[in-house]
Structures are given as C-alpha cells and as structure tokens.
Design a protein around this ligand. Structure first.
Ligand code: KIV
Ligand code: NA
Length: 262
C-alpha cells in the first residue's frame, strides 16, 4: 500500500462492537493503552495493566476478520529488558490472537525491538510524543520542534534499523514527519503528524465524540455520539419518571400466542 501511495487507515478499538465496525473500513486496528483514559477514567496511560490489554484485546479479536490487529504493551511491561518485553509480548499474542505489538520509545528501545523481531514478534514502534513518558516529557506538548527534530529523527531511524515494521509518529511538525517518512524504509502512521505520513490513526472514542475530558487539536470529530447518548439517557429517565416507559408494546402477554412471540 505504501508503494501504491494509498494511505493506511488505522483506528483504535477496545470492544467487539467497535472492532466489527473498524474491521469493515480499516487496514489496522490498534488496541491502544489509551483504553485506560477513554474507557476506564484514568488520568494518564501509566495505570494500564497487561491484564487490561489482554481482556480488551480478546474482545477486539472477536470482532475482526481482516484487519491487522496490534496491541499496545502497557507502561512497565517491556522497558526493563528485552526478555521482559518478549515474555509479555508473547502473552499478548498467545492470549489475544493479535498479529503484532506496539511499544513506545526510540533509540532506547532499539535493542528490545531487535530482540522481539528476531523471535517472531512484529513490532510497531511509537516515537515523537510518547504518552507513557508524560512525566519525564513534562506534559503532552508537540515534540521535535527546532533542534529537538534530530532526536526524533534518530529515534525513527533506530527503531527502523532494529526491525520495526511501522512507526507511529505522534504530535510532530509536518516538515519532520515528511523528512522521517522519506528517510525510513517502513510506513509511518501519523497522529497529529500531518498528511506527510504513510497512514493515519485516531482514537475511536475521540473521533466518535465519546471522550470529552480534553480535545487535542489533531482530533477530527466525525460524530458526536456522547451528545446523542446523553440525550437518549435523559429521554429514558424522563419516560420512567413520567410512567411513559414501559408502554404496551414492551409488555409480555400472559398467554403464549400461536407463532411464539417472544
Ligand atoms: O494508545 C493509543 O491509542 C495509541 C495511538 C493513539 C497511536 O497509542
Ligand atoms: Na498507546
């Protein structure tokens, strides 16, 4: 697809129903550790556990037929050593049926990526803004501006050289995304990283309007499902309080009719 210049369409999913929908339209479905923030109410991704990723991964797997499934290694499950990373990546693959894992980090993680790729674990890398490093980065700011661009370039080069099959570029300026995409041998997947990337990814709950705690500039809202859900729950509450629900059509008859209405 990269050679054919068709951008890769990627989206996160955490549940079977959204995975089913994403599978109809997307090339890659990522079970992101963003699940901790968008579905579990955590204030960062640091509290996400391997068990959470496995449970959501299993749910997503049941909804997929054709898309490539990638699962995030959460904070603390891979940084210690290549061996620790392999042990936990192998659990993700064996217990969820995913085809690949994603981990955050550039030069620091190159040795680990090489170790995994050599042992049957395809790795998607993630450089630029790496949310698991929010406390050392000092926030969720744009990365790779000015002199800092060289650091991100070296990160992207190092993970590619180590054998990553694709690289997520998060929240970097367009010229840097363009430069990296031209320089490395594998597809770049952008989030807040411009059209210069080989593909795009968004968090499903962000683009569907289901997550509203904050709203990064790079998110395009394709729906406002949160507003719709709010209106639906308000209507239900009013119906119950006014005794409009349940109505005649929601009641079970005392006798079973011929034809067996359930
Ligand atoms: O966790 C996540 O959803 C991600 C993508 C936004 C790249 O890492
Ligand atoms: Na992530």
């Amino acid at each position: 697809m990269r050679k054919g210049q068709t951008p890769l369409v990627c989206l996160t999913a955490y549940t079977t129903p959204i995975a089913r929908l994403a599978d109809r339209h997307c090339d890659i479905v990522l079970v992101g550790d963003s699940v901790g923030m968008v579905l579990h109410g955590l204030s960062s991704t640091l509290g996400v556990t391997l068990d959470m990723m496995i449970m959501h991964g299993q749910a997503v797997r049941r909804g997929l037929v054709r898309a490539l499934m990638v699962v995030d290694l959460p904070f603390g499950s891979y940084e210690e050593s290549p061996e620790q990373a392999f042990r936990n990546a192998a659990r993700l693959m064996a217990e969820t049926g995913c085809a690949a894992v994603k981990l955050e980090g550039g030069q620091t993680m190159a040795e680990t990526i090489r170790f995994l790729a050599a042992r049957g674990v395809p790795v998607m890398a993630h450089v630029g803004l790496t949310p698991q490093a929010v406390n050392t980065l000092g926030g969720y700011r744009v990365q790779g501006r000015g002199d800092d661009a060289e650091r991100i370039r070296r990160d992207a080069g190092a993970v590619t050289e180590a054998g990553a099959f694709s690289v997520v570029l998060e929240k970097v300026p367009e010229p840097l995304a363009k430069r990296i995409t031209a320089e490395i041998a594998v597809p770049t997947i952008g989030i807040g990283a411009s059209l210069a990337c080989d593909g795009q990814i968004l968090v499903s709950d962000d683009m569907l309007g289901l997550f509203s705690s904050f709203r990064p500039k790079f998110v395009k809202r394709y729906a406002e499902l949160g507003d719709q859900a709010d209106a639906a729950i308000a209507a239900y509450a009013a119906d119950v309080r006014e005794r409009r629900f349940p109505a005649a059509e929601h009641l079970y008859a005392n006798e079973t009719k011929a034809g067996g209405v359930t």
